[in-house]
Design a protein around this ligand. Structure first.
Ligand code: FAD
Length: 516
């Protein structure tokens, strides 16, 4: 139960301000294995989106799970008389302040290094990791054991806790489901400060709540991640389509075949001059002469991107397998491009762009991203409207488009997806040029996003936001639809004072408890 007595008996006439200052001086006196800091907090008020800057009052750099549990217990015991909130911050790669806590406490999860990564082999190998670990580190350590996680995000400088709080979707998700499908067990500190181990067998409701739970039910401190034998190399392939129906048919064929590529994604290109020429720095055209003659100017094109993993001794068979798979597809023959890279370089491919953009000062710009999950039954309508009438240019950043099989996705988690068996991830990954007032400026991109959203929110379309962002409870209720009741009930069970992840703007502090 909430220990309201604690404050009431000691400070009977305390106002909200004095309660906050009492709370902060008490935090300063608490003993942690790590440290709590009240200065140099600016980093915790920033994220990759670069549009929301909410300054916390303190940042905890935990060294142990008990550091996290102590602070949550303390805040919980403050009860309804305090406004203090707590946000876990992974690598701060949220887009709209989701890992920030205005005047609250941010827990910087990357300092939690205990216990060390520990690998378990056998028929079903797995690794136990701290939730503040970056996926790139897990990849490097797993490869030393000849193993690898199965499901990824396109970019690996993200933490386990951060992606598991969303889903973790990439080109392997059609086969293995998102990252939240590939985790066997979690250790979680709830909004009451309790440390709980959960899995499909133990404390199942909490396990399901936390997966895709937007940080609302607890702070993930450890995760047990499924592994498989690691390949050494990857054949990475791109090919273009000018007709969306053919492109979508081929993508859907690939994700439903048993013997397919290991990774299936795609992206949309509008009016790119010298597109194929730009690819030549990392890919080789299958037919250089014909590729030279292909002109992408003024065109709306759909690029299929696939990859097949292999080990060098199998390279003869792999080429045959790929030829067979490609022969079933209807891409524009002159636009087939191939590349061979190491498995690490393939998975860490976005980092290459990061390094370049950082050099040009273009990484830490505003990122008004929009991610949508569109049911297969509505994808043609969506593409016709959005790429026919709204988006006329893709120069401000990639637009990804690829389907996944819902049957491979775990049910009962907090992640909300469309109802169809197959749905598409469409990701508008724009970067806004800081002082631009043109098509690559923040104002233009935000207004375009608004138009896309206003179309997508028509209820009959059944489109859902991924990495969702809303301002009102009504919008959140609409997002969750029939799942809102379960989400709400879980909030009451695990974080009744609504202390956690305030940057998601789903619950007001104290609100859930007040309605209990
Ligand atoms: P943060 O931004 O720090 O946190 C995200 C949310 O989770 C916050 O609400 C935070 O409070 C909460 N949280 C963080 N850690 C914990 C924890 N341990 N326990 C409980 N809650 C916690 N996503 C995909 O699915 N697929 C992609 O391919 C993909 N590519 C991306 C590429 C780039 C360049 C970027 C910037 C993001 C990409 N993302 C992708 C989105 C990414 O998965 C999310 O933004 C994710 O939240 C970022 O992880 P993070 O560790 O920085 O989390």
């Amino acid at each position: 139960m909430v220990n309201r007595e604690h404050l009431c008996s000691n400070h009977p006439f305390a106002t909200p301000q004095t309660i906050e200052s009492i709370a902060h001086s008490a935090l300063a006196e608490m003993r942690f294995e790590g440290r709590i800091s009240f200065e140099n907090l600016e980093f915790a008020a920033r994220d990759f989106g670069n549009r929301y800057h909410l300054m916390p009052s303190a940042v905890l750099h935990p060294k142990s799970v008990s550091d996290i549990s102590s602070i949550l217990r303390y805040v919980y015991d403050l009860g309804l008389s305090s406004e203090l909130k707590v946000a876990a911050r992974g690598h701060g790669h949220s887009l709209e302040g989701q890992a920030q806590a205005y005047r609250g406490v941010v827990i910087s999860m990357e300092s939690l290094r205990a216990p060390e990564m520990s690998f378990h082999g056998g028929k079903h190998p797995y690794v136990d990791v701290s939730a503040g670990e970056l996926w790139i580190n897990i990849l490097h350590e797993s490869l030393k054991q000849g193993l690898t996680p199965r499901s990824w995000t396109d970019y690996l400088r993200l933490t386990v806790g951060g992606t598991l709080s969303n889903a973790g979707i990439s080109g392997q998700a059609f086969r293995h489901g998102p990252q939240i499908n590939n985790v066997h067990q979690l250790q979680v500190v709830t909004g009451r400060g309790e440390v709980v181990t959960c899995s499909d067998e133990q404390n199942t409701d909490l396990f399901h709540a936390v997966l895709g739970g937007l940080g609302q039910f607890g702070i993930i401190t450890q995760a047990r991640i499924a592994l498989e034998p690691a390949p050494k190399m990857v054949k990475w392939i791109r090919a273009l389509y000018s007709d969306f129906s053919t492109f979508a048919r081929d993508q859907e064929h690939l994700i439903s075949s048993n013997n397919s590529f290991d990774y299936v994604e795609g992206f949309i290109i509008i009016n790119r001059t010298g597109l194929l020429n730009n690819w030549r720095s990392s890919f080789s055209p299958k037919d250089p002469i014909q590729a030279d003659q292909f002109n992408s100017d003024g065109k709306l094109l759909f690029c299929l991107e696939v990859a097949k993993y292999y080990n060098p001794r199998e390279s003869d068979n792999i080429d045959q397998d790929i030829d067979t798979l490609l022969s079933e597809l209807s891409y524009i023959r002159s636009t087939l491009f191939l590349s061979e890279v190491s498995y690490v370089n393939f998975l860490d491919r976005v980092h290459v762009s990061e390094v370049k953009l950082r050099e040009e000062g273009l990484w830490e710009v505003p990122h008004p991203w929009l991610n949508l999950l569109v049911p297969r039954s509505r994808i043609h309508e969506f593409v016709a409207e959005v790429f026919g009438n709204i988006v006329k240019d893709t120069s401000s950043g990639p637009v990804l488009i690829y389907p996944v099989n819902k049957a491979r996705w775990k049910s009962g988690t907090s992640l909300i997806t469309p109802d169809d068996d197959v749905f598409y991830l469409i990701a508008f990954l724009s970067s806004a040029m800081p002082s631009s007032t043109g098509k690559d400026g923040l104002k233009h991109i935000l207004s375009q996003n608004k138009k896309i959203l206003s179309f997508s929110q028509r209820p009959y379309l059944g489109i859902k936001q991924y990495l969702p962002h809303y301002s009102t409870e009504e919008e959140w209720e609409a997002h969750f639809g029939p799942h809102w009741e379960v989400f709400y009930r879980r909030k009451l069970s695990y974080d009744p004072l609504a202390i956690l992840a305030p940057g998601q703007r789903i619950f007001r502090r104290g609100m859930a408890y007040a309605l209990q």
